[in-house]
Design a protein around this ligand. Structure first.
Ligand code: HEC
Ligand code: HEC
Ligand code: HEC
Ligand code: HEC
Length: 370
């Protein structure tokens, strides 16, 4: 009998071991390892080669349209109702309309935004939203160029990828319908929300950290800066929210924490990578997009585009990054569309445009890894 149980136990152990290798979470070789920080600090990004090739293939930039013929005529004087692209030449303007159609509504065509009986008509909400999107894209490529979007820049395709509604938009999460009374509040936890990588972390962190433009600049910082507490400090719930945001950022960029942090001193900027500084500005940039461009469109969007709480669709890191640290694999998409990289409404400014405020520079900037 004893031998029987030994043999049975051994075979179960054997089969469990074999089954374990078949599970999905193994990174099978060959692996692609990329150093992302200081030598000897284990700051590296590890992907399988197959996985890296797959994310690369999912983030290809489309070829730009052929350059427009030069021309003197301006869209603002030729057409009836051009408010943003006023000082763009007519040829350049038409080339951009064709590209916008390819980027945003390739299946629907010009009619997605236009009443084709009268192109100047603004009756479709899509056209009004698109006009604001033009201003937003220009701001992303000017106000946020030095601190985030760089030479690569952003076009409509960076977010839209050939669809009217980008795949990665989010809404404020109302949470489960829970009865009130004496039931303890769960601080938004223990619910598998995709926005925080299905972790048991506060599921509605993004509303606070990526949509509230009035938030305190140091809200995300939770590490103590002195060995012993000097003030009451922050509650543990704030650390959970910070962690939830960090999980979102890591997932959105397809990287781990060491892409930005040296994990022995998470908060220390001098030991962090330069990418952390870019990310710091990215957080402020996303607040600018959501707070100054999308939220004011609340009354323009039809009801079926709004979230369950009646809020506008919003942008997060994944909307542009889609699992890679450089959107569209770092392609310099803006070079072929200079009209999206400058202000083009100088003939008469649109009074409805609040200027985004310039971001404050983080207190310490990081040195380059060596
Ligand atoms: C994603 C939305 C969108 C699509 C698709 C689109 N347009 Fe436009 N179009 C606009 C916006 C927004 C304006 C106004 C721009 C401004 O105010 O600066 C405009 C303005 C125009 C105007 C100027 C009309 C006037 O007299 O004021 C013309 C002409 C035009 N578009 C042609 C086209 C053509 C042709 C297509 C298809 C190849 C097209 N558009 C596709 C959004 C779009
Ligand atoms: C930073 C990301 C981002 C960029 C860049 C961007 N958009 Fe959008 N766009 C969004 C989001 C988010 C929405 C809201 C989605 C929805 O309508 O449900 C949206 C909505 C729209 C809509 C309304 C679609 C609908 O059916 O509700 C149009 C039209 C549009 N964008 C056009 C453009 C054009 C044209 C450009 C480039 C000039 C552009 N967008 C650039 C993020 C972006
Ligand atoms: C893309 C860059 C990036 C990645 C990846 C990233 N972080 Fe961060 N992290 C930041 C930035 C930027 C801040 C500062 C935010 C601010 O001050 O507004 C920060 C702040 C923090 C803080 C608060 C530090 C303090 O001063 O109190 C903690 C803790 C933290 N991150 C942990 C993590 C963990 C854990 C991961 C992996 C799950 C991670 N981070 C991944 C960029 C990143
Ligand atoms: C509007 C689109 C957009 C959004 C939204 C966005 N980014 Fe970026 N990000 C870019 C572009 C464009 C670059 C420049 C890439 C390049 O240089 O090729 C970039 C670069 C970066 C880099 C530097 C990558 C490297 O390898 O050097 C980091 C880190 C980063 N973003 C973090 C974030 C984080 C974190 C968020 C969300 C809080 C975010 N981004 C949201 C467009 C965006």
């Amino acid at each position: 009998m004893k031998t029987f149980f030994i043999v049975l136990g051994a075979s179960i152990a054997f089969f469990l071991t074999v089954a374990m290798f078949g599970l999905t979470d193994w990174d099978r070789p060959p692996l692609a390892v990329q150093q992302s920080g200081f030598r000897g600090t284990a700051m590296a990004q590890i992907h399988t080669r197959a996985g890296a090739a797959e994310t690369k293939a999912a983030n290809l930039a489309p070829a730009p349209a052929d350059p427009a013929e030069p021309g003197e005529e301006l869209a603002g004087t030729t057409y009836e109702n051009v408010q943003v692209l006023k000082n763009v030449s007519v040829n350049e303007f038409n080339r951009l309309m064709a590209s916008m159609t390819e980027w945003v509504s390739p299946e629907q065509g010009c009619t997605y935004c236009h009443n084709t009986e009268n192109m100047a008509d603004d009756s479709l909400y899509q056209k009004k939203v698109a006009r604001r999107m033009l201003q937003m894209t220009q701001a992303l490529n000017t106000d946020w160029k030095d601190s985030h979007t760089g030479g690569a820049g952003v076009t409509c395709y960076t977010c839209h990828r050939g669809q009217p509604v980008p795949s990665n938009v989010w809404f404020t999460d109302p949470g489960p319908n829970r009865p009130g009374g004496f039931i303890a509040r769960n601080n938004g936890q223990n619910l598998a929300a995709p926005s925080v990588g299905l972790a048991s972390l506060p599921y509605d962190t993004l509303t606070e950290y990526l949509a509230d433009k009035t938030i305190d600049n140091n809200a995300i910082r939770v590490n103590a800066t002195t060995a012993l507490p000097t003030t009451k400090g922050k509650p543990i719930q704030d650390a959970e929210k910070t962690y939830a945001l960090m999980i979102h950022m890591s997932e959105g960029l397809g990287v781990n924490c060491t892409f930005c942090h040296n994990t022995r001193a998470i908060s220390d900027w001098s030991q962090s990578t330069p990418q952390r500084v870019t990310a710091w500005h990215g957080i402020r940039m996303v607040r600018d997009i959501n707070g100054n461009y999308l939220e004011p469109l609340l009354s323009t969007f039809p009801k079926n585009r709004l979230g369950v709480l009646g809020d506008v669709p919003k942008v997060n890191c994944t909307t542009c990054h889609n699992g890679v640290s450089k959107p569209l694999n770092g392609a310099h998409v803006i070079e072929a569309y200079p009209e999206l990289a400058r202000a083009t409404d100088t003939v008469a400014a649109n009074p409805a445009t609040p200027m985004p405020t310039a971001p404050a520079v983080p207190p310490e900037t990081a040195p380059a890894p060596q």
